[in-house]
Design a protein. Sequence first.
Length: 515
Amino acid sequence: MNTSIAEAWVLLPDYLGQHVILSVSALILGVAISLPLGILAARNSRFGAPLLAVVSVVQTIPGLALLALFYPLLLALSALTRDLFGFSFRALGFLPALSALTLYAMLPILRNVVTALEGLDPAVLMAAKGVGMTPRQSLFQVELPLAAPTILAGIRTATVWVVGITTLSTPIGQTSLGNYIFTGLQIENWVFVLFGCVAAAALAMVLDLLWALVGAGLAARSRPRLGLAALGLVAVIAAALAPSLVTSHRHGIVIGAKNFDEQYILAKLMGSRLKEAGFAVNEKDDLGSTIAFRALTAGDIDAYVDYSGTLWGSILHRAGMPGREAMQTELTAWMRDRYGIASLGSLGFENAYIFAMRADRAKALGISSLADLSAHPELTIGGDFEIFSRPEWRAVAAAYGLAGFKRRQYQPDFLFRAVMSGDADVVSAFSTDGRLARYGLVILADPKEALPPYDALLLVGPRHADDRRFLSALKPLIGGISLTLMQQANLMVDRDQDKETPAAAAAWLDQHLPH
């Protein structure tokens, strides 16, 4: 517990700083866009009604989905600018998150601007006109001051929304307080989850109090209160920028990781080897499979570990199974020729997709393989967030007639609890997971070989594909990690008692590997 708290405090300046920068930037853009649009909408109902309808529809899109959708859009735009003008920009992380959060900030601000201006007393507007005020003077000297409390209420609502939704930006590569939550859920570090939630709530309260102080200052026409609010906001932003300014001179290598324990461990391991070689290293955790590969091709990350079966089915979109060696050879050539990515080879183990059941349940039903499973359509199959949309599942479902089975999706770390509690009868899992043996689960055989091999491949992006110092730091890892070693390292993070952090598991693994 104490170790987790200490680690959480160490990470807080970076996580909180980037969360504040993103949240405040989205709010500033939201206000800058919504205020003039709201004034225009209040003046022109034919424009205002459709505008409010469109902005309202945006709010119905789940936050994580909207954040994720902006990544491929900006990636395509980056490629277009590169082709047309010779420059590109990073499409992972800050820009897609900023775009989505700005849209989320607009509705409460825009609606309150329209409501406030349309609700003004006509007699007041007539009086302003009667004393000879121009429409511009009436707007800035009468209408906006009277509407300010309602507009400010919308900004306060947007502030709370944006600070909360910013935690969802982690899966698209933007560091935030959500890193605590996503990582904590995966490794069952509830201190991290609680730390992230409390920090986000505290930030929302601080910003809301600053806006309340602005409101009080406007109502009382008190310059000291307005000055104090402005000073508080500057202090929050300055504190957020401080960690970035301290490290701004370091052009770090970015190591990517997907959203499960093994990836965290391998990212830490790769990072430690690169630090030993003199590189400054940063990490982007909790990336989806497709996002991670796209980020590598775009230069948003410099290296990560992926699996041959995932690359073959989800990235190359190939269905045939040519065999382990042939698959790796074709993948290596394709990635090098098309994207300039270097595959250094397999780390030495395979992390295959498997399907497992409780031993007693499997024995009672006489199930030892996926072929036996097809005779029990009443069973429920549990999977992580990816499996049922992946080509591997489609291949298994087609080979064994499982398409009609009831399916449930879980946070990856909750799959074992689901199968042990009976909430799911069969679950997808990974062959390197040490909890398979700990829980006594039976792995169902795949007699038709519907699932491809999943050798762990170390991939290096175009920027360092020919960098000898970079490659020499990582090449000793190739072929050095056995299945047993990886299972033991994973179990250090996954066990119920005396959990280790991914960094500690990576350090343990490093001690057993060649340098």
